[in-house]
Ligand binder design. Structure first.
Ligand SMILES: O=C(O)CCC(=O)C(=O)O
Ligand SMILES: [Fe+2]
Length: 295
């Protein structure tokens, strides 16, 4: 039977990344403290209680999904900025781009009676155009409840990031992300996975998903609309930068203030909208370096 490796919360980054390179998934046990867990639950419960269930087979007819988490939960802001996770995301994605960004936030509650979700690779959201040698995501699922095989623990196929595109697993190649509340599943955009079947009578399985992706790809959850400037102005500068209010590369993502008549706010870095001083051209390479690096 396939299994997902569990590591302690204080495992070294090197150990974590070496399991991810081999299996494309790993669980870190008991990372969150009780205070943060309870805070996040209190902040998200009102939405999870009142939200409607999914309307498609993929999103699950007995599953609730709540997005825009940074606007709705200060505790989720801490999850998004978690230092170890950000360092891992940065190092894992470094070979494929010069930065990464927060790509998707969602609390997913799988209720009793939910059937198993079809196995998929999250990188499929870009339609299969990105060569397989490029890793796109570094993803996390934070357990807000215990995850058990019975209540819908995520199905994961360790090692399937190296498989031919069309190979499907046998039953014994599918592992289940069983983990205790406060643990976190780390997985990549290339590993086969899917929500689990919930065969309990009354248990709800809830996870908070924070996905990170290369900064040159379009985000799955549009962060500028889910967390528009009037909301993002209350975020830390670091969090704003992480969700994309920053340049990804030397000009990628600049903006122009439509009300600016003088041109002083033309083609500037997004941080400027929040009054942060930036030298918008500080990272501008020389023309020859630019041509060499980009062609
Ligand atoms: O809920 C889960 O465990 C996984 C859900 C998932 O993979 C997805 O919706 O893309
Ligand atoms: Fe998925």
């Amino acid at each position: 039977m396939a299994e997902i490796v569990h590591l302690k919360a204080d495992a070294t980054e090197e150990d974590i990344l070496s399991v991810i390179d081999r299996d494309a998934a790993v669980i870190l046990d008991d990372v969150l403290n009780a205070d943060l867990l309870n805070q996040i639950k209190d902040e998200l419960d009102p939405y999870l209680n009142s939200y409607i269930k999914g309307k498609t087979e993929f999103t699950g007819f007995e599953t609730k999904r709540v997005g825009g988490l940074l606007a709705r939960s200060l505790g989720c802001q801490d999850l998004a900025l978690h230092p170890l996770i950000n360092s891992l995301a940065c190092n894992f994605l470094k070979p494929y781009g010069d930065g990464y960004q927060l790509h998707f936030t969602s609390a997913v509650s799988i209720g009793p009676g939910e059937t198993k979700q079809i196995l998929h690779r999250d990188r499929g959201i870009w339609g299969g155009y990105i060569p397989r040698k490029i890793e796109t995501h570094f993803s996390t699922i934070w357990a807000l409840t215990d995850f058990t095989k019975k209540n819908g623990a995520t199905q994961v196929v360790p090692g399937s990031h190296k498989w031919e595109k069309d190979r499907m697993p046998n039953e014994n190649e599918i592992a289940y992300a069983e983990m205790s509340i406060g643990s976190v599943l780390l997985y990549t955009g290339t590993v086969l996975h899917g929500g689990g079947k919930n065969s309990t009578d009354n248990e709800i399985r809830t996870g908070v998903f924070m996905h990170y992706a290369l900064n040159w790809l379009r985000q799955e959850e549009n962060q500028y609309l889910s967390h528009p400037p009037e909301i993002a102005k209350n975020f830390s500068s670091e969090l704003r930068s992480l969700i994309g209010y920053s340049k990804g590369g030397y000009v990628l993502g600049f903006f122009t203030d439509p009300n600016d008549k003088m041109g002083t706010m033309d083609s500037v870095s997004p941080e400027r909208i929040f009054g942060e001083e930036r030298d918008d051209f500080s990272s501008l390479p020389s023309q020859s370096t630019l041509v060499k690096d980009t062609s």
